[in-house]
Design a protein around this ligand. Structure first.
Ligand code: NAP
Length: 298
């Protein structure tokens, strides 16, 4: 698929705004919609068109990208927006809908089946790499659904991400993203606990980070969230409420398979404490404050 194609992007938050910006920069003709219109202003200033509803955004788009918070949000966009438009013959035939949100794998399969009945391919394409990955177009994009549709839109995904993987049939992208979230959240907890230990032993935290980041303990979490923890900078790249949504999805998927995952359950409980502490809109690095407080209580 050529880059100079008509695309729509729905959901212009921390991730969606820079991702849509990359599509525009790559030469796409871009229509955007988001719940709060002001979020679109930087893209409208660069030549994107505003659509009042998801259905209007989807109307002339060969590919529709979605990046909204949770399963009900995607269902609202797809089932109340794109589907009725498709049923009325008011979308481009053979349209591909690409969902970059992290949502339920089973709800994903259901939406894919319903849209397929109207000739629309629905690809689950959750991303990893954080706000910096979205800004720098270095995201990992994990795709489930029709493989030939994935190959068709590869040039568009390439404008937003570095590692593109077709993971399998519908839902496989979301399941792979939950694997990613188990790794991310348990590693985040390890970073919080290690820095608590370092601080209580009166180590210089900057030097500690520098010393351990390049060795076997190095990780994205340590490199990106470690310095923010040390600085007490809890501004969101990835909000705690969204992380907790992903952990709930992972726990539900684990339960479906009869799995009891101890570390995942622990980190889910600690994030629940963070939410009780009114930290839901802070970045996931704010888990440090919860872990530090809990460690000192014992
Ligand atoms: P965000 O900043 O909250 O952005 C979501 C955007 O979607 C907001 O602008 C919101 O509108 C809009 N929205 C919500 N419901 C909508 C609807 N029904 N129709 C149209 N627009 C709607 O969240 P984010 O951090 O970009 O995350 C988006 C998705 O990416 C989530 O599934 C998240 O788990 C995933 N993700 C995030 C990161 C990260 O580091 N942030 C990394 C990987 C994956 P308002 O502006 O009105 O709130």
């Amino acid at each position: 698929m050529a880059l100079q194609t008509n695309v729509a992007f729905i959901g212009l938050g921390i991730m969606g705004l820079p991702m849509a910006g990359h599509l525009l920069a790559a030469g796409c003709s871009l229509t955007v919609h988001s719940r709060t219109k002001a979020k679109a202003d930087p893209l409208l200033a660069r030549g994107a068109r505003w659509a009042v509803t998801p259905a209007e955004a989807a109307r002339h788009a060969e590919v529709v990208f979605i990046c909204v918070p949770d399963t009900p949000d995607v269902q609202q966009v797809v089932m109340d927006g794109i589907l009725p438009a498709a049923a009325a013959g008011d979308v481009v035939p053979g349209q591909i809908v690409v969902d970059h949100s992290t949502i339920s794998p089973s709800a994903t399969r259901n939406m894919a089946a319903v849209l397929a009945g109207h000739g629309i391919q629905f690809l689950d394409a959750p991303v990893s790499g954080g706000d910096s990955g979205a800004r720098n177009a270095t995201l990992s994009i994990m795709v489930g659904g029709d493989e030939s549709s994935f190959e068709k839109i590869r040039p568009l995904l390439k404008a937003m991400g570095k590692t593109l993987t077709w993971c399998g049939p519908s839902g496989a992208g979301q399941l792979t993203k939950l694997v990613n979230q188990i790794l991310v959240s348990v590693t985040n907890l390890a970073v919080c606990e290690a820095l608590t230990f370092a601080r209580e032993n009166e180590l210089d935290l900057q030097k500690t980070l520098a010393a351990v980041s390049g060795g076997a303990a190095g990780s994205w979490q340590l490199a990106n969230l470690g310095p923010r923890m040390v600085d007490g900078d809890f501004a969101p790249g990835f909000m705690i409420k969204l992380q907790q949504k992903d952990l709930r999805l992972a726990l539900e998927a684990a339960k479906d398979r009869g799995l009891d995952l101890a570390a995942l359950s622990l980190v889910h409980r600690l994030f629940a404490t963070a939410i009780d502490d009114h930290r839901e809109n802070q970045g996931t690095q704010a888990l440090f404050a919860v872990v530090e407080k809990a460690a000192k209580r014992r």
